[in-house]
Design a protein around this ligand. Structure first.
Ligand code: RET
Length: 266
């Protein structure tokens, strides 16, 4: 049976995707513009944020088109009788952006080379495993055993990532300044809260009986997760990079211009 959505339901998803496109585009421009305010040795984290939002901008443009092409309006409601909606874009997007987001968090800390490499390898492998194991469940029947089994399989690397961020990273944080420690601590909780949106959105079809409501909840859930996990997370990482730049005595050009203006005035 074809899924049918009310005009409001269809538009809620449509506008959520549109909102994500605007957010990713704005974040992309913003990260490019503020690069100089960060000391060169902390710019890698900003480069990674920029890549993440660029990749997501591209994928959301495709997701948006795929959503529009999947439904036709029959005068009263939207019927899913077009091309199949391509859920794959989302998973390909995560495959690229989730390891990059984790790398962002690790490189901004400027830990020892060995520690950085070891964290990057383990977090990247876990992130890829989490997404690859989630995919077969995402495309299987809502109430099937397969969906539940893949969910549990994907939860294992997910919990491992949280263990690394809260267990191991905690020890490395002791060497950071109080300001940076507070910012990184906040960042870890943001990861915990926002990343938990994804498994919950995945479970929407299991817990919501009405097929249309479940589909809307899943799509909007993933869209909210992506805006918070990518642009907003990038802003926090930028805050850490700027705090570290200041601690290193880096005075960006804009501050110089400001000081010059003060000098002229006095
Ligand atoms: C899946 C499958 C079900 C179980 C779990 C999942 C976790 C997904 C996560 C995705 C994070 C994506 C991010 C994207 C932003 O750029 C795959 C839904 C645990 C945590 C952060």
């Amino acid at each position: 049976m074809n899924l049918t959505l009310s005009e409001g339901q269809f538009n809620l998803v449509y506008n959520s995707f549109s909102f994500v496109i605007a957010s990713m585009g704005a974040a992309l421009i913003f990260f490019l513009l503020v690069r100089n305010r960060v000391a060169p040795r902390h710019r890698m984290a900003i480069t990674l944020s920029t890549l993440v939002v660029a990749i997501a901008l591209y994928h959301y443009l495709r997701i948006f088109d795929s959503w529009s092409a999947a439904f036709t309006y029959d005068g009263t409601q939207y019927v899913q009788d077009g091309e199949p909606f391509n859920e794959g874009y989302r998973y390909v997007d995560w495959l690229l952006t989730v390891p990059l987001l984790l790398a962002e968090l690790v490189v901004v800390l400027k830990l020892t080379k060995d520690k950085t490499r070891s964290l990057l390898v383990r977090l990247t492998v876990a992130a890829i495993a989490m997404i690859l194991l989630g995919w077969p469940g995402e495309v299987s029947d809502p109430d099937s055993t397969a969906r539940a089994v893949w969910f549990i399989a994907s939860m294992i690397p997910f919990l491992y990532i949280l263990y690394v961020l809260f267990g191991e990273l905690g020890k490395s944080l002791e060497r950071q300044s109080a300001t940076v420690r507070k910012l990184v601590d906040g960042l870890r909780y943001i990861v915990l809260v926002t990343w938990s949106i994804y498994p919950l959105a995945y479970l929407a079809p299991t817990f919501i009986d009405d097929e249309a409501t479940a589909e809307v909840a899943r799509q909007v859930g993933y869209a909210i997760g992506d805006v918070v996990a990518k642009p907003l997370f990038g802003l926090l990482v930028l805050g850490i990079a700027m705090a570290k730049s200041r601690e290193d005595g880096y005075a960006p050009a804009l501050d110089d211009a400001h000081d010059d203006a003060e000098l002229v005035r006095s």
